[in-house]
Design a protein around this ligand. Structure first.
Ligand code: ZN
Length: 241
C-alpha cells in the first residue's frame, strides 16, 4: 500500500493543489491527513472540500477545532487568533459541521495519526526534541506515530542503539525500531524551506519519504492580502518560517 500523508494545509489552496498534482502520479492507495486543514490561509472552504473528497482518514488540528470553538484560543498569538476568527466567519456551515466530527486520533494498522502528541492530543503540545519524543513513545502502541503541528519535518527513532533524531528525507522502517515522524506542512512550512511538504509511506518497501513541492507562493500571498488577513501570514510563506 502507498499512503500519502498530508498536513497543516492551513487554507493554502495553491500549495494543496500543487501537492495533489504531484501525488496524481504516485499511485496513492490512501490519503491520510494529520490536521490543520484551515487557519492562516485565505481558502479554508476549498481546502476542506478537497480533503473531504480525498479521504475519510483525517484527524483534527488545533486550528480546525479552534474555528468551530472546540478548543480554547487564549494561548494563540494575536495573528493566529485573528485568523481563527476570520476562518470561523468564512467557513460554510457544512464545513464547520465536518470539522466538528474530526477525531483527535486515528489508528491504521500499526500506525497512529495524531496532530500534536499521543499523550494528550487535546493539549496541542509539540514534539520538538528527543526529550519530548521519549515521553511520546510510551503513549502509543504499534510501530509508528505520525505527527504534525510544528510544521517542521523530523523523525525520532527508538531502536536498539537508543534514541535517534533524524532530519533525512528517507526513513527506512525497521522491525526492531519504533518511529515518531513529523511529516511537515503543506501550507505554511517553518523549516526555512518554503516549498510545500508532505510524506509518502510505502508498506511494501517499508519506507517513508519526505517530499517537497514548489507552488505559487505569490498567488497564496495575494489571496491572504485580498482577504484582509494579517500581512505577516502572507510574508512568512516566502521564507518558510
Ligand atoms: Zn498547523
Amino acid at each position: 500500500m502507498r499512503y500519502a500523508l498530508i498536513s497543516d494545509i492551513h487554507g493554502n489552496l495553491q500549495a494543496l493543489r500543487a501537492v495533489l498534482k504531484t501525488l496524481e502520479n504516485c499511485q496513492i492507495d490512501q490519503y491520510l491527513c494529520l490536521g490543520d486543514v484551515v487557519g492562516y490561509g485565505a481558502n479554508p472552504n476549498e481546502c476542506v472540500r478537497l480533503v473531504r473528497n480525498l479521504t475519510d482518514k483525517t484527524v483534527a488540528g488545533n486550528h480546525d477545532y479552534a474555528a468551530v470553538e472546540l478548543t480554547d484560543i487564549s494561548n494563540f498569538n494575536p495573528h493566529a487568533s485573528e485568523a481563527v476568527r476570520w476562518t470561523a466567519r468564512h467557513l460554510s456551515e457544512e464545513n464547520k459541521q465536518y470539522l466538528k466530527t474530526l477525531p483527535l486520533w486515528l489508528k491504521m494498522g500499526s500506525s497512529n495519526l495524531v496532530h500534536s502528541t499521543p499523550q494528550r492530543p487535546e493539549l496541542w503540545d509539540y514534539i520538538l526534541s528527543p526529550y519530548d519524543a521519549l515521553t511520546a513513545f510510551s503513549y502509543f502502541e504499534g510501530d509508528i506515530c505520525f505527527v504534525a503541528h510544528s510544521h517542521r519535518p523530523m523523525t525520532f527513532i527508538q531502536g536498539p542503539g537508543g534514541l535517534l533524531w533524524d532530519f533525512s528525507d528517507r526513513i527506512q522502517i525497521l522491525s526492531d525500531s519504533r518511529y515518531i515522524i513529523n511529516t511537515g506542512s503543506i501550507g505554511q512550512p517553518r523549516d526555512r524551506d518554503p516549498r510545500a511538504c508532505f510524506a509518502l509511506l510505502d508498506t511494501e518497501t517499508s519506507e517513508v519519504r519526505i517530499q517537497r513541492v514548489e507552488y505559487d507562493i505569490s498567488g497564496a500571498q495575494a489571496a491572504i492580502r485580498a482577504a484582509g488577513l494579517p500581512e505577516i501570514l502572507a510574508d512568512r510563506l516566502q521564507y518558510g518560517e
